[in-house]
Design a protein around this ligand. Structure first.
Ligand code: SAM
Length: 240
């Protein structure tokens, strides 16, 4: 497979992404779980298992959104979690969920951009990104920034959607993602643009070997890729 470099340089994409998630925040959880038929929960558990293998005492969860990943990390590990996102509305929902579960002393939520994080070098023993990396305006820059804040030997775990390689699965996925999902997403969230953006963001994401190459270019070693559910999503891991 040819490894093509990823290119993306839209100037105001970050603000568009922030506004979009601010807008869909109240309906995000419902749509997320219904559109994936709940399978996203299994994928998250698997990704967190990989992040917890090295028993990190500190985890940075990037693009935390409404907090499902960060909350599961707090429940499944004994680490102190720092969760960041650019959308305050998504974070507000995450904070309420953490309060309900009595986890506010374990998770610190912060509005911050993954491309320019307010943390010192070598701050965290593990970093996770669940369904967030494809929204970064500049993925190579985001990976370099993650590398910077990870401690030496620390592990990065990325969970992200991808296009399945099998032609039949891909045809079904394409119909679902490009027709059913935008219709259902618009109906529930009243934000047609957001749910048109979702399939496009997956189409444009440099999944598979291309993403591993970007991780290696950012400095990560021992990079690995694990396909999930016939390639509908994947877990990428790498170490500093
Ligand atoms: C699809 S949601 C995923 C949320 C959560 N991790 C989950 O598993 O449900 C993507 C999130 O990425 C956030 N995001 C996008 N670009 C970001 C960036 N540059 N820095 C931090 N968060 C970002 C969005 O605001 C949004 O909340």
């Amino acid at each position: 497979m040819e490894v093509k470099p990823y290119e993306n340089s839209s100037k105001d994409k970050r603000t568009q992404v922030e506004d979009m998630f601010d807008n869909i925040a109240p309906k995000y959880d419902f749509l997320n779980h219904s559109l994936t038929f709940g399978i996203d929960k299994l994928w998250r558990k698997k990704a967190i298992k990989s992040a917890s293998e090295t028993s990190p005492k500190t985890i940075l969860d990037i693009a935390a959104g409404t907090g499902d990943f960060s909350i599961l990390e707090a429940e499944k590990t004994s680490a102190k979690i720092t969760a960041i996102d650019i959308s305050q509305n998504m974070l507000d929902i995450a904070i309420k969920k953490a309060e309900k579960k009595g986890l506010t002393d374990r998770i610190k939520f912060l509005k911050a951009d993954s491309l320019n994080m307010p943390f010192d070098n070598d701050s965290f023993e593990a970093v996770t990104v669940g369904f967030g990396v494809r929204n970064f305006v500049d993925i190579p820059k985001g990976l370099k920034e993650i590398f910077r804040v990870l401690k030496p030997e620390g592990r990065l775990v990325v969970l992200e959607l991808s296009e399945p390689p099998n032609k039949i699965v891909k045809a079904g996925y394409s119909f679902y993602f490009h027709k059913v999902l935008p219709f259902w997403g618009k109906l529930i969230s009243k934000d047609g643009a957001a749910y048109k953006y979702l399939p496009k963001s997956v189409d444009n994401f440099p999944y598979g070997e291309r993403f591993l190459k970007l991780m290696q270019d950012a400095g990560f070693k021992n990079t690995k890729l694990e396909w999930l559910s016939l390639g509908l999503s994947a877990i990428y891991t790498g170490e500093k």
